[in-house]
Design a protein. Structure first.
Length: 91
């Protein structure tokens, strides 16, 4: 279980930083981080970091894909986590 916690902390930090970096690049009209990359980091466990990055940096909040998608991913990941914790599967 400590490895899973460490992984989730790291991927959420990466996701948060990517949202901040993309916002900074957007303001300066520089090369942007692809939306697929931002969404992928949320899907692989960084959904809380993505949501925090969206709110903190006010980035991608007008895009329905992010405004609806990231919270949906959070809910799905929470349900999976609850299901795993209630089952006999252990990491």
């Amino acid at each position: 279980m400590p490895y899973v916690s460490f992984y989730l902390i790291c991927v959420n930090i990466v996701s948060f930083v990517l949202f901040g970096l993309d916002k900074s690049r957007a303001v300066r009209r520089q090369w942007r981080i692809p939306e697929k990359t931002l969404l992928l980091t949320a899907l692989i466990g960084g959904s809380l970091g993505a949501e925090a990055g969206m709110l903190c940096f006010r980035h991608k909040t007008k895009h329905a894909r992010f405004r609806v998608g990231i919270p949906a991913v959070i809910i799905i990941q929470l349900l999976i986590g609850i299901g795993l914790s209630l089952s006999d599967i252990s990491f």
